[in-house]
Design a binder for this molecule. Structure first.
Ligand code: IFM
Length: 424
């Protein structure tokens, strides 16, 4: 069936501070982007979507989309420009933005860490050092104090597995280290930081909803009969995602992570956040897209069934609400994005799982880390030179889904029926 009703699923859009705000801030990424050869198109986060100066315009666009939810990140370096020094101006700016979102009837979901560290923290070892856990706790306390009454929904850490592996194992992201023991240590520290932040937020706001945005891949063996592909796909699933999800959610640290001394196992999530983009086919010890499959502009395989498969497995292991904290695709011409949105939402509403929210990534085009400005994930397009926001067909389709509480036959015919994926 091509039409469907949302059945209570609430829609929103997501962003992250470093990817949309712009500005010359001293973060790990601003430093990294200034080093030759680090960013595919040599861009930096200094312009991004200039959201810091366009909050009113962007909230107006959110209103026009009709979204109930907006996931936004904080730039820690703005809030704490030097160790222990907090900027009332930056906190005030966010308070103002949150107040305006509330007035527009939009519920904010605030991410405390989304791959971004203040430069001074990066200089002293960032997440490779256990000291950072206490520094993070102090920052969370200051943020909570400032945002009283404005925020109940929190993501403590975004995609801890991606951050640890890209920044400390593959060396593609700042600080560019390539060390397995260090990557494992970073996973332990991020897990522990989440647990501490979870407790702190609940001490300060008892009815808060706190979770992690986990990046999950739908791993599959390339050759079902092949023992290496079989073992390797389970191994990758375990090491890349299951182990850290369990540590953060239940304080059950399994090898290679070490159980922390002072915290008892318990439940440390109010929702499970899933960021889903692509499956991963495992052949020998390598992973990547399958062959002859639909792909996006970055070559990532498109497999809508994966979102429901992952949600089902998360729901079995972690009873409770699920938020799709990110799902989206890079499609510069907006040629298949409406189809992508349709296919993924359909999987979710038909799954009959407790999936309460879906945040499309991203609200507008944005600075895509080491890939720079090239990939276009936005529901709304962005002209980086003029900062003009462009209302794509995808935005019109998304607004229509929200207005009609589902995909109508008219909407399907108008925005989806004639579109097709590109294959590799
Ligand atoms: O842009 C990123 C985001 O910061 C984290 N999740 C994946 C997105 C697309 O790569």
């Amino acid at each position: 069936m091509s039409t469907f009703s949302l059945n209570g699923l609430e829609l929103g859009v997501a962003t992250a501070a470093t990817q949309v705000e712009g500005g010359e801030i001293d973060t790990n990424w601003h430093r990294w982007a200034k080093m030759p050869g680090r960013i595919a198109d040599s861009s930096t986060p200094a312009r991004a979507a200039d959201h810091w100066n366009r909050v009113d315009e962007d909230i107006e666009l959110l209103r026009r989309l009709g979204v109930k939810h907006y996931r936004m990140g904080l730039e820690w370096a703005r809030i704490e420009p030097a160790p222990g020094v907090y900027s009332l101006e930056a906190l005030g700016h966010y308070v103002d933005e949150l107040t305006k979102l509330r007035e527009a009837g939009i519920t904010p979901l605030v991410t405390l860490h989304h791959f971004n560290n203040p430069g001074w923290l990066e200089s002293t070892g960032a997440w490779a050092r256990s000291h950072t856990i206490g520094v993070f706790e102090r920052y969370v306390y200051r943020v909570m104090e400032a945002f009283q009454g404005l925020v109940t929904d929190w993501v403590t850490i975004n995609e801890p597995n991606v951050y640890a592996t890209k920044a400390y194992l593959a060396g593609d992201w700042p600080p560019g280290h390539k060390s397995l023991p260090e990557a494992v240590r970073v996973m332990e520290h991020l897990s522990y930081a989440h647990i501490i932040a979870y407790k702190l937020i609940h001490d300060m706001v008892p009815d808060a909803r706190v979770g992690v945005a986990h990046h999950l891949r739908a791993f599959r063996p390339s050759r079902k009969w092949h023992p290496i592909d079989q073992v390797a796909h389970f191994g990758m699933d375990y090491l890349f995602q299951s182990v850290i999800m369990r540590a953060m959610s239940l304080v059950r640290f399994r090898a290679p992570l070490k159980q922390p001394q002072h915290v008892r196992p318990g439940k440390y999530y109010d929702f499970q956040g899933i960021n889903y983009y692509t499956p991963s086919e495992v052949r020998n010890l390598r992973e990547g897209p399958g062959r002859g499959v639909p792909v996006n502009d970055l070559g990532w395989e498109i497999y809508p069934e994966g979102i429901a498969e992952l949600a089902r497995s998360v729901s079995k292991d972690y009873p409770g609400p699920i938020y799709i904290t990110e799902n989206g695709t890079a499609d510069a011409n907006d040629s298949f994005r409406p189809l992508f949105i349709h296919d993924h939402l359909k999987q979710l509403v038909e799954s009959e799982l407790p999936i309460e929210r879906y945040y499309y990534w991203c609200f507008t085009d944005n600075w895509e880390w080491a890939e720079g400005e090239e990939p276009r994930f936005g529901l709304l397009g962005l002209d980086y030179d003029t900062q003009e926001r462009v209302w794509r067909d995808s935005a019109a389709f998304y607004a229509d889904i929200i207005a009609n509480d589902g995909v109508t036959e008219d909407a399907y015919q108008r925005w989806v029926a004639s579109r097709a994926y590109n294959t590799n």
